[in-house]
Design a binder for this molecule. Structure first.
Ligand code: MN
Length: 316
């Protein structure tokens, strides 16, 4: 680890231009880890990396610190080549959208991630699939390298943990609680940070609630499949986390699937499970993710994808 951190420091020192990105349609961990790392580099290396994203940042993240520093990818010249590209919380290259090509052009790629990925893009990888949030990996490095941090970094690292653990409801290892406790000791106000995320548009919550109300229950109630049709999808902001969490509260529901008709023949699927892995099912649809929370995007009609999903769960 010490060698790797020395290498990391060397690469940052030698880079004149640095870009940082997470996955397309950034979630809390992806965006906040990217912004935290930007600030850490600024504070410790006296240079300013740029944070670039593709897709849409949900409105609930509008009030996170330094949000305005996240730059939409079309604002960057297409042929722009960075000395160093840092990928955080991206999963697989397919999740990067337009960022994939931008990163590939860079002289060197470093990555920090907590997703399973057998096709990493980074040459120097700080990956740990045991971590609940990518920001924990950054925090480990901050402590090991004794990097200076400020209140914004503390809040961003904490927000990444809060969002990726679903307000600490998905915690499986105590290390994330220790990290959170240390961040609180360092000045993070957990209640304020949770409240800062209560910032969704009314129409989004109403569309999510409608999808919950119209959920189909199969396999004697063990499998819940919710659907968001295209007209409603336009009002959705984020990945429909409220749908997934509401259905997960129902007695007897083991698997939750959310089908999102992004376009006529493009269906986003989110898989959630209480106890049995669903990442392999997501992989069978060309996606991936974590053991109990995974997803895919399938170029097919809603009807076909629905039937394939029902089939995929036969026998589980
Ligand atoms: Mn994450």
């Amino acid at each position: 680890m010490k060698k790797k951190i020395e290498n990391l420091i060397e690469k940052i020192k030698n880079a004149k231009t640095i870009a940082i990105s997470g996955h397309k349609n950034p979630d809390g961990d992806s965006l906040c880890s990217a912004l935290a790392l930007m600030k850490i580099i600024e504070l410790n290396f006296n240079k300013k990396p740029i944070v670039i994203y593709d897709g849409n940042i949900p409105k609930e993240l509008d009030n996170v610190p330094l949000r305005k520093d996240a730059c939409y990818h079309t604002h960057i010249p297409e042929d722009k080549k960075y000395d160093l590209y840092i990928l955080v919380d991206y999963g697989t290259r397919k999740n990067l959208g337009a960022i994939e090509k931008m990163a590939e052009k860079a002289n060197y790629i470093i990555e920090f991630d907590h997703h399973y990925n057998d096709g990493v893009m980074g040459k120097l990888c700080f990956d740990d699939a045991e971590k609940a949030a990518t920001s924990q990996i950054l925090y480990d490095i901050v402590r090991a390298a004794k990097f200076e941090i400020n209140q914004d970094v503390i809040n961003l690292l904490t927000l990444a943990i809060i969002t990726d653990t679903g307000n600490f409801k998905f915690v499986r290892h105590s290390d994330v609680l220790r990290d959170a406790a240390e961040l609180v000791d360092a000045g993070a106000n957990m209640a304020d940070l949770v409240n800062l995320l209560n910032n969704k548009d009314k129409k989004t919550v109403l569309v999510e609630s409608k999808a919950v109300a119209e959920t189909e229950f199969l396999m004697k109630g063990r499998l819940a499949i919710a659907t968001i049709h295209h007209d409603d999808y336009k009002k959705l902001d984020g990945r429909g986390e409220l749908v997934l969490r509401s259905l997960g509260q129902i007695h007897g529901v083991e698997y939750i699937v959310l089908l999102k008709e992004q376009k006529e023949k493009q269906i986003g699927i989110s898989f959630r499970s209480r106890s049995k892995p669903v990442n392999q099912i997501a992989e069978s649809f060309g996606g991936g993710g974590h053991l109990f929370a995974a997803g895919a995007v399938v170029p097919d009609s809603l009807e076909n994808v629905h039937d394939k999903v029902v089939n995929a769960f036969k026998g589980v």
